[in-house]
Every structure is written in C-alpha cells, then in structure tokens.
Design a protein around this ligand. Structure first.
Ligand SMILES: Cc1ncc(COP(=O)(O)O)c(C=O)c1O
Ligand SMILES: Nc1c(O)cccc1C(=O)C[C@H](N)C(=O)O
Length: 427
C-alpha cells in the first residue's frame, strides 16, 4: 500500500490527531522524558496488566491455597482461560492455545512430540537466521534421539544475511525432512514469512511444520486454524506486554490433540481427574496437554489485563497502525538519515514485515548508545542493526518524528564518536 507522508513536525502531530488508538497510551506507564522503542524485546507495563497482577497478589494474600478454585478467575483454570483470551490474536479455536512455561521449554516440549523420525524421513529443516535459542534446542532434540545434528539438521542459508526466500525453503522440503521449524518474523531483520504458503507446501509433502512466533504475536494477526499450522509457540513479554520472563504460549492444532505430550507432567492431565493422582497418564484433550508443571501464576497474571485490552481494540486495528507508523518511520529514515549511511534492513512490503524497523549502520553500536543517552530506548543486534519498534499501543507519530530528529542530530554533530565500540552485556 502506498501511503503519503510529509516531513515536518506538524504533519506528525496531524497523524496523531487522526490516530484511532491515540488514547491507548494513557493506559501504559510512559516516562515523560523517554521514547520507548524496544517493545519488540520487552513490552511496557500497562495499568490493565498491573491491575490483574495485583489482583492475583491480593488473592494469594487472602485466599492462600483456596485461590486455585476460589479466585476471581480460578488459578487452576487460568492457563486455559487466558488461552481463550489469546486465541483471537492468532486465529485459533479456544482450546488450541494454552499459556505455559517459557518459549524455549515449549519448543522442547512440542518438538519432542512432533519430531518422529521414521526410516528415511529423519531430518529437521530450519533456517540460518533463527533466534539462537531455537538452534540450540533443536540440536539438543536431535541428540536426545541419538541423531547427529551435522547430518540430521538441514539449515537454509540466507543470500543477503538478512532475509529468507520462502521458495528456497520449500525447495528443500524433500522426503528426508520430518519436521520444519521456522520463525514467523525474523528477530533481526523483521522479515515476516508467508506462514500460510509454507504450511501448505509442507503439508503437500507430508511434513509437519511449526513456527516460533515471538516476534509476531501481538503485532501481526495470524490465522493458524485456517492455515492448518501444526504447532506454534511464542513469548508474551514482547508485544503482548506480559512483563519480564512472563509466561509463554503454545498453539496445537486440534487435529493433533490425540498425540502424546512426550515431556509429560501432571498439569497436562485431564483437569477433573488430575487430583486422582493416578500413575497412568491421561492427557487433556486440548492444547493444555502440553503443560508440564504448576502454572506460573504471578508471571501470567499481567497477561489477563493485557489480553483483554487487545480484544477490546482488535488485532487488525493494531496491525493497521503498526504498518502505518513503521512506514512513516521508514519514510523519515529515507529522507532524513540515508545521507549518513543508514540502510533499512527489513523488507518494505506490508505483507513481508513485522512490527519493527531494522536500521543498519556500520557504527550501530555507538549510535545505539548515543540514542540511549538522549532518552530513546532502542536495541542493538550484532553486527550492525538498531531495532526500532514503534509499538502501536503506546508510540505516537510525534515520538517517531522525535526519534529520527535525535538520530539526525547525533550524526550531524558526530556525537556517537564519544562512545565505545563495545556492546553492552545485555545489548
Ligand atoms: C524468536 C525468539 N525465540 C526464542 C526466544 C527465547 O525465549 P525464552 O528466553 O523466553 O525462552 C526469543 C527471545 O528471547 C526470541 O526472540
Ligand atoms: N528474552 C530476553 C532476555 O531474557 C533479556 C533481554 C532480552 C531478551 C529478548 O527477548 C531478546 C529478544 N528475544 C530478541 O529478539 O533479541
């Protein structure tokens, strides 16, 4: 879609006046002197999330063990209830989503169910740009089955070091591949893969396919059930604003509910029978079967308030603003910053990009540090990317305009040269 923008500050203010989501930022804790562009790594706290967190804290205080059944939203059913609240964000049926554990643990759990090497079909296909934790976990999963990753892990390379070509991925979906695991949005370049196409092609070849959706859920709508995705997992601390280390999510397509959750635990049991304490495992007949142990109530409670906010607004509207505001950011970069050697590393087309812009520069580490000292919160990813996420719920067009003006000033006055080239431990 071709959007028309203008350069001046007044235009940014006009865009804010027309923004249907402009009031939502008042529901977040926003610092006056800071522009938070890092919601792709850790989302900000909303008052809605704080309220449900504090309610659960009070319930613990007042109810003790009775909170499992007597809390306002009984803790025993909380992961299922929040799963229902999150289902519309990912186009899933209510019982196909469960809130549980962490991203990497959920990957292990799902892959241990879905990777069933048989005869010649004994390899996993992934990509060379995925988040490192996924690569470590997949190699671990292969080793668990006594399969050497050097032989049984097929990695699709990237031609430009930033993006992936879906046709190349499909081109390697041969009959030795048992499972494909891909990211929805690449953590560095922000490329959004065509999940529907990849899923259809995998299934045509009898291959199971799963997605790591950490960088898309809460920013991009998904239609998992319609697309027939086999499984997916994601964290909720980025665009879903569930707080640091907040509990993650699992999606399992209904057609797989009969499958065995191999990393089994008592929270995956049929709920009504869980406290029978039988040694014979009877798996729940929904995504809840992939739970392992006790629900992390305090790491999940903020998500209740947050998801209710998402459902009140609707993910389609959030995507609409996200696309417009990232487009505006790219327009300002092209016009105000390209003369200083900046390159936009993410794809430009709406259907090929997620919620952040990947700003590349050979001095990215130092520029990133200078930006932090000027009240912007970006993040840096090796070797040369500054990620900027103008999150639809709490970033204004005027914020974006200010970010670009500050970067321009940093470059014009070579302020970045006062900073070290060494990146921080947590970048
Ligand atoms: C795409 C992706 N996958 C996996 C992870 C790891 O998540 P966790 O540390 O919550 O297991 C992250 C973020 O840290 C991520 O961005
Ligand atoms: N999970 C994180 C953490 O524990 C500390 C700091 C940052 C993170 C992140 O989520 C990083 C993020 N996954 C990324 O895309 O780089």
């Amino acid at each position: 879609m071709k959007r028309v923008f203008e350069l001046g500050e007044d235009f940014a203010k006009r865009l804010d006046l027309e923004d249907p989501l402009k009031e939502i930022k008042n529901r977040f804790y926003i610092k006056e002197d800071e522009i938070y562009m890092d919601g792709n790594s850790l989302g900000l706290m909303s008052k809605d999330a704080e309220k449900t967190l504090m309610r659960v804290v009070e319930e613990w205080k007042n109810l003790g063990i009775n909170g499992w059944m007597n809390a306002e939203m009984p803790w025993f059913y909380y992961p299922e209830e929040l799963g229902k609240l999150q289902a519309p964000l990912v186009g899933a049926e209510e019982d196909e989503v469960i809130i549980h554990s962490s991203t990497t643990v959920n990957l292990h759990s799902l892959v241990s169910t879905f990777f069933k090497p048989k005869g010649k079909r004994n390899k996993i296909l992934m990509d060379s740009l995925t988040f490192p934790s996924d690569r470590y976990a997949i190699e671990g999963q292969l080793k668990l089955k006594d399969l050497d990753p050097r032989e049984h892990l097929v990695v699709i390379e990237s031609k430009d070091g930033k993006t992936l070509d879906e046709r190349e991925i499909v081109g390697r979906m041969d009959d030795d591949i048992a499972l494909v695991l891909l990211p929805s949005v690449l953590y560095r370049s922000g490329q959004l893969l065509d999940i529907e196409y990849l899923t259809g092609q995998a299934h045509k070849r009898g291959i199971i396919i799963g997605f790591d959706c950490c960088h898309s859920v809460g920013a991009v709508p998904h239609y998992f059930s319609k697309w027939g995705v086999d499984f997916a997992f994601w964290c909720n601390y980025k665009y879903c604003n569930n707080g640091p280390g907040g509990t993650a999510s699992i999606y399992v397509n209904k057609k797989h509910f009969h499958k065995e959750p191999v990393l089994a635990g008592w929270y995956g049991y049929i709920k009504e029978k869980q406290f029978d304490m039988s040694y014979e495992f009877q798996s729940a007949e929904n995504a809840g079967a992939w739970q392992i142990g006790t629900s992390h109530m305090l790491s999940m409670a903020p998500l209740e308030g947050s998801l209710k906010m998402f459902n009140e607004i609707g993910i389609e509207k959030i995507r609409e603003k996200s696309l417009k505001i990232t487009d505006y950011l790219m327009y300002l970069i092209d016009n105000e910053l390209s003369q200083y050697g900046f390159i936009i590393g993410n794809p430009r087309e709406d259907h090929r990009r997620g919620g952040h812009v990947a700003l590349e520069h050979e001095e990215a580490v130092r520029i990133n540090e200078a930006m932090k000292d000027r009240g912007i919160v970006p993040d840096f990813r090796n070797p040369n990317v500054i990620r900027l996420a103008p999150v639809a719920l709490y970033i204004s067009y005027h914020d974006v305009w200010k970010v670009v003006s500050i970067i321009k000033d940093i470059m014009e006055n070579e302020v970045y040269k006062n900073y070290s080239k060494k990146r921080g431990v947590v970048a």
